[in-house]
Design a protein around this ligand. Structure first.
Ligand code: ADP
Length: 249
């Protein structure tokens, strides 16, 4: 019994050690970029256009740091059970429409179409904030990894006793050997490509946490060259009613 407890403790120390090492590595990358861009920028006198470009790339790296720190904070609050969930009877189609409205501009930049499809109203007991975060991360990935001019579909359906939001893209897809690891913290299939797209490798681990905290599961089906479908699956509710409880996540 004591051996079991010690082994578990050892395992959580290992996990923490790895997390700290990975997080430090991720933080160091944009910091190194900021330092070198700044140093090179100051080396000689430059035109205003050059300075503007330098300031632009400094801001881009700062933005990257912000995304990363936000993700790390979110995960550490989640690990500590500090995110209180307010469960309501959530209309998943409405949620999908909100996210599409917010991300339309980002998709437009790549001439992609972002559409909601499926049933008119599907309800689940969920905390809107965390569920929205999960959906945002999936839509953000679909936009980031799909080529220009593609269509991304958010399909809201009810399957037996389950309420499902699928985010489907016909982008590059993911090799089967990578699939089991994409939900791991900091894991990226193609580090350079994902980093260039602004990814910190935390999006899917946050999404999975958020869906599971709401009593659901996040699954993926994907094959290279054929695109990916990420599904948020929650226990369905019959119809809309008022708030139905609280849960600590
Ligand atoms: P990132 O911040 O790198 O996007 P995520 O945790 O959100 O991190 O995703 C992990 C990895 O899974 C990504 O780096 C990418 O390689 C892969 N991935 C996620 N979503 C998709 C998608 N829709 N299409 C193709 N690859 C994806």
């Amino acid at each position: 019994m004591i051996n079991g407890a010690l082994a578990r403790l050892e395992h959580s120390f290992d996990t923490l050690r790895r997390f700290t090492a990975d997080a430090s590595h991720e933080l160091r990358t944009p910091l190194t970029a900021i330092r070198s861009v700044g140093e090179i920028g100051l080396r000689e006198r430059r035109s205003e256009a050059d300075y503007r470009e330098i300031v632009g790339s400094l801001l881009e790296e700062a933005e990257r740091l912000t995304t990363l720190v936000d993700g790390l904070l979110m995960l550490s609050r989640a690990d500590a059970g500090q995110i209180a969930l307010r469960l309501v009877n959530a209309d998943l189609r409405e949620l999908a429409q909100e996210v599409v409205a917010d991300f339309g501009v980002l998709a437009e930049e790549k001439h992609q179409r972002l559409v909601v499809d499926g049933e008119t109203a599907v309800f689940a007991s969920a905390d809107r904030g965390t569920l929205r975060q999960a959906l945002i991360n999936l839509v953000d990935n679909a936009i980031k990894y799909s080529p220009d001019e593609r269509t991304i579909v958010l399909r809201v359906v009810r399957r037996d006793s389950e309420a499902v939001i699928e985010v489907a893209d016909d982008g590059p897809g993911i090799e089967p050997s990578h699939l089991p690891r994409i939900f791991d913290r900091f894991y990226r299939v193609d580090e350079a490509r994902s980093r260039a797209a602004g990814g910190a490798g935390l999006g899917l681990s946050i999404a999975r946490w958020a869906v599971e905290a709401n009593g659901g599961r996040l699954t993926v089906e994907s094959s290279p060259g054929r695109g990916s479908v990420f599904s948020i699956v929650l226990p369905a509710l019959e119809r809309s009613s008022k708030e139905n409880g609280h849960r600590a996540g």
